[in-house]
Write a protein that binds this ligand. Structure first.
Ligand SMILES: [Zn+2]
Ligand SMILES: [Zn+2]
Ligand SMILES: [Zn+2]
Ligand SMILES: [Zn+2]
Ligand SMILES: [Zn+2]
Length: 602
């Protein structure tokens, strides 16, 4: 924008939820004007938390379909106010969402009426994409085209994989988080195109390796950081092939004790001692975030590809002019949407809505259509309010009157916060228990806090704390000492429920899993799968940015932990660069700007 004439200025406001000051920038005001919504009253963090409560990815329950009475594994427990249908029933014409139509009551807050509707309209038992095939993979959710997978979530096109999250186009992967186009990976986080890699993070194109961080195109490397195109390295030092094999065998990485010893040494000797780039990603212009690529004019974007003019987004691709969005992509001009995509345009405040939708507000489970307001479960519909069909002119008039009414008759939540037009759904209106949702991973709350804040019902996950038959500490140190009888044991999780991971207290080993560990010489885990997931989530930086300066002081990093090897553009003076980073200022990692990092790593 040209400087001077009528340039709007930023404004600092106090969050209506947590009271923290937050800034609405000039370009934000322009965006909200374009969307015809008022600027937000919640800070970005509180908005993210509120969105996440409308997405249950991992908490699965057994219940029956309320229409065909088939047994189901799905994201809703028994006893929900609304009926739950299996996918076949939900997508069939055996029921009609218009049967639940409500007349809008201008004397009542909108969100109270929405709640009434939500309590009645049937919901789908999972968020698996409907047009895909799910073969022998009932314990999956937010997934499509899965074969022989068990407890894999947020996933597409996977085979023979277990206990993973955001796993895509991968096979034979176990206990992974954000793994793409990979095979035979175990306990990896944020890796792409890797094969037979274990306990590694932020790697691309590596194989037959373990304990790698920020490595590319490496093979046969163990305990290395920031390497490119290397082989036979241990602790970043080169070995001959024979020397490597001999050293590798002495490390004892097939036993829990050996793995623990090595991890401890890796963290102490190398992990914190090499500089790292302030963010992960490439090919971005005028953008901030982490795990961000091919994006322009996009800010506070995490796990995002191909974004333009977007802000406050998490896990998104192919988005233009999208603000406040979580999962997964192909949309434009939208704000405050959760679980949506496949061609959405001008949609606001939706959850679980996708495929060719235009001009939709405050709706859920709507697919294909346009001009819907406060609807649930509508397919191929236009001009509806609270599932009631109107003529076009009547709809437009209704919508305008409701927008005005929402300001005059606001909704008040359990904490007394008021919700007018432009506010996303209050947390207490989520169809899920707070602890069952993605919010618990990023904004963990104790059950007391959940109750105090009135954030809906408690999670009722089936905690198998009955009859633990084996303690985690009693598990053999390596897999070769494990007999088939382990399949009959109920193992007590080493966290024993004393964490915020939704610990299931106890867990079992399934046959395919035992075979995997045996085949790869991996010892049995000591934690339940929820705790393992929680520990992996903790390895990543928060979805939040801090403004910092480069820690390169010229010939070494500011604290003298690392001596530069390459020539830097700023010579012997301190680097003047500043940036936004998801590494909080008090973290121990040596965080460099992209130029300084490239001078060291390339
Ligand atoms: Zn806040
Ligand atoms: Zn646990
Ligand atoms: Zn735990
Ligand atoms: Zn620098
Ligand atoms: Zn430098």
């Amino acid at each position: 924008m040209p400087e001077g004439i009528n340039a709007p200025t930023g404004e600092t406001r106090a969050c209506a939820n947590c009271d923290t000051p937050f800034v609405i920038e000039p370009e934000d005001f322009l965006f909200y004007e374009r969307m015809k919504v008022p600027p937000p009253t919640f800070c970005p963090d509180c908005r993210l938390q509120r969105r996440m409560v409308f997405r249950n990815e991992r908490a699965l329950y057994k219940r029956t379909c309320d229409l065909c009475k088939k047994a189901l594994i799905g994201i809703y427990s028994e006893g929900t106010p609304f009926p739950v249908y299996c996918s076949e029933c939900w997508w069939s014409d055996k029921w009609d969402p218009e049967d639940y139509a409500m007349e809008y009551d201008f004397g009542k807050p909108f969100f109270a009426q929405w709640k009434e509707l939500q309590d009645r309209v049937p919901r789908q038992h999972t968020n698996n994409t409907v047009t895909s095939t799910i073969v022998n993979s009932v314990y999956t959710n937010c997934a499509g085209d899965m074969k022989n997978c068990y407890l894999v979530f947020g996933a597409m096109n996977d085979e023979d994989s277990m206990y993973s999250h955001y796993l895509n186009y991968s096979r034979f992967c176990v206990d992974d988080l954000y793994v793409l186009n990979s095979e035979h990976c175990y306990e990896c986080v944020d890796v792409e195109q890797c094969n037979n890699v274990r306990w590694s993070q932020s790697c691309l194109g590596c194989r037959d390796s373990a304990f790698l961080f920020d490595c590319r195109n490496c093979n046969d490397c163990i305990g290395c950081v920031g390497l490119r195109n290397k082989q036979y390295h241990i602790f970043n030092k080169p070995y001959s092939k024979e020397g490597y094999i001999k050293e590798k065998e002495s490390l004892g990485l097939d036993s829990r004790a050996g793995i623990g010893r090595f991890r401890e040494r890796f963290m102490r000797e190398l992990y914190y001692k090499l500089p790292r780039k302030h963010y992960h990603g490439q090919m971005n212009k005028d953008s901030t975030g982490d795990y961000l690529s091919n994006s322009e004019r996009t800010e506070s974007a995490f796990y995002t590809k191909n974004a333009r003019g977007s802000k406050y987004i998490f896990w998104a691709q192919n988005v233009n002019d999208v603000y406040d969005y979580f999962a997964w992509g192909d949309m434009e001009l939208c704000c405050e949407c959760v679980s949506g995509g496949y061609g959405m345009h001008n949609c606001k405040f939706t959850h679980t809505c996708w495929t060719e939708l235009r001009n939709v507000d405050y709706s859920s489970l709507c697919f294909t259509g346009s001009d819907l307001f406060g609807c649930i479960g509508m397919r191929n519909k236009r001009f509806c309010v609270l599932n009631k069909q109107y003529g076009e002119a009547e709809y437009r008039d209704m919508r305008a009157r409701i927008l005005a009414q929402m300001d005059i008759v606001p909704y008040r939540d359990a904490q007394g916060i008021e919700y007018r037009y432009g506010e996303n759904f209050p947390i207490e209106l989520s169809p899920f228990a707070y602890a069952d949702t993605v919010a618990q991973e990023h904004f963990p709350l104790s059950s007391d806090e959940i109750a105090t804040r009135g954030y809906g019902k408690q999670g009722a996950q089936d905690h198998a704390n009955n009859a633990v038959t084996k303690g985690a500490v009693d598990l053999p140190d390596s897999i070769e000492n494990v007999s088939d009888t382990i399949l009959d044991e109920v193992i007590g999780c080493a966290h024993n429920g004393l964490c915020t991971h939704q610990c299931s207290n106890a867990f079992r080993i399934i046959p395919a899993e035992l075979e995997y560990y045996r085949h790869k010489d991996i010892p049995l885990p000591m934690l339940c799968h929820n705790c393992r997931h929680g520990e992996r989530v903790a390895l990543r930086n928060p979805l939040k940015l801090w403004h910092r300066k480069c820690r390169c002081s010229g010939v070494r990093d500011e604290e003298g932990l690392y001596v530069n090897r390459g020539a830097h553009f700023h010579g012997k003076d301190a680097c003047p660069n500043e940036f936004e980073t998801s590494y909080a200022p008090d973290r121990p990692e040596i965080v460099y700007c992209e130029q300084c990092y490239n001078s060291e790593i390339a």
